[in-house]
Design a protein around this ligand. Sequence first.
Ligand SMILES: Nc1ncnc2c1ncn2[C@@H]1O[C@H](COP(=O)(O)OP(=O)(O)OP(=O)(O)O)[C@@H](O)[C@H]1O
Ligand SMILES: [Mg+2]
Length: 190
Amino acid sequence: MLSVEDIHSYYGDSHVLEGVSLAVARGEVVAILGRNGMGKTTLVRGLIGFTPPRQGRVLFKGKKRWNLERVFALFPRLAARKAHPGDTLAGGEQQMLAIGRALMTNPDLLLMDEPTEGLAPLVVREVAKTLDELRREGLSILLVEQNVPFAAKVADRIHVLSRGRIVHSCSPAELLADDEVKSRYLGLGS
Ligand SMILES: Nc1ncnc2c1ncn2[C@@H]1O[C@H](COP(=O)(O)OP(=O)(O)OP(=O)(O)O)[C@@H](O)[C@H]1O
Ligand SMILES: [Mg+2]
């Protein structure tokens, strides 16, 4: 679905991504974990063309069909909100709306930059459930996160980004068991 081959990205002279390669298969959830400033958003910007890599390749292909009815079936709470457009949306509902709007474009691949940021634990669990459903539908997801438990729960594969490079790749179970990687790159006490 998505193939990233040795991309190098810069802001001016600042060399931020120093050769990142990864792949996302159809129906696969791949998470990129990394602390502040390690290049996660720069990677996403590279994929969508906002900060085009100066070197390397991004390859992409696919298909799928979404409509309003299916989005409301996925997020019944959004359907309920439709009747009250004046109400303010809670954090979790805003995230559902963002995902629903993205689905309406019939994506083959969903790119998510820290979707759980600022959400309450209960809502984070709901987002996890949603991603699980979407994965079962065959949607591919590339998720950028600092929330290690969340990423480990929803991803099939994890890459750890540090200073613009993928320094470790593993399964979620391996990551959770790896105190060295968690403390060295993800700021988690072992
Ligand atoms: N527009 C910009 N101009 C110059 N440097 C930038 C710009 N955006 C980011 N950077 C720098 O590039 C590096 C990577 O930033 P990036 O935003 O990709 O990190 P991140 O992993 O997404 O961090 P966070 O977890 O804080 O979102 C950082 O050193 C950052 O200061
Ligand atoms: Mg970021």
